[in-house]
Design a protein around this ligand. Sequence first.
Ligand SMILES: NC(=O)C1=CN([C@@H]2O[C@H](COP(=O)(O)OP(=O)(O)OC[C@H]3O[C@@H](n4cnc5c(N)ncnc54)[C@H](O)[C@@H]3O)[C@@H](O)[C@H]2O)C=CC1
Ligand SMILES: CC(C)CC(=O)C(=O)O
Length: 133
Amino acid sequence: MKLITNPTQFDVIVTENMFGDILSDEASVLTGSLGMLPSASLAENGVGLYEPAHGSAPDIAGKGIANPIAMILSAAMMLRFSFDKNEEAQAIEDAVEQVLNQDYHTADLKSENGTLVNTVEMTQLIVDAIKQG
Ligand SMILES: NC(=O)C1=CN([C@@H]2O[C@H](COP(=O)(O)OP(=O)(O)OC[C@H]3O[C@@H](n4cnc5c(N)ncnc54)[C@H](O)[C@@H]3O)[C@@H](O)[C@H]2O)C=CC1
Ligand SMILES: CC(C)CC(=O)C(=O)O
């Protein structure tokens, strides 16, 4: 309950895999959408598994409306934590922030006056922002 009512009191939660899976799904909704959350499973030696926190979203498969940001930010985490490429990771994260601040959003994110874009369009906006960096 406290994870939803007062999430900022938590920094690190140490738990078993099953509870971690459930709690991270619950907490993800606080950010507005599962489609926003990258994740990493890290080993001490720098090897990592990077993936969006969400699953394969079968209910929207093929519709072109999935939010690609969790996947893109997972790649940024991979660059930072496994390949020590901080600058490149930051460039991706800055590009994502820039596009969101310009009020582009996929259907899972609500915005009063923003511009609704599909998966490919959101990805291209972020790629363009990285190139303009
Ligand atoms: N980390 C992992 O490997 C995970 C894998 N899964 C697997 O994925 C499959 C589907 O599981 P679900 O319970 O349906 O969870 P899910 O995360 O795939 O979908 C839950 C809800 O969030 C939405 N959603 C997820 N990603 C989104 C995105 N990028 N943009 C917009 N909306 C998005 C879906 O449309 C759906 O309504 C199952 O096979 C499950 O085991 C589920 C969660 C995590
Ligand atoms: C247990 C995993 C394989 C997938 C997952 O995180 C999930 O289905 O919620």
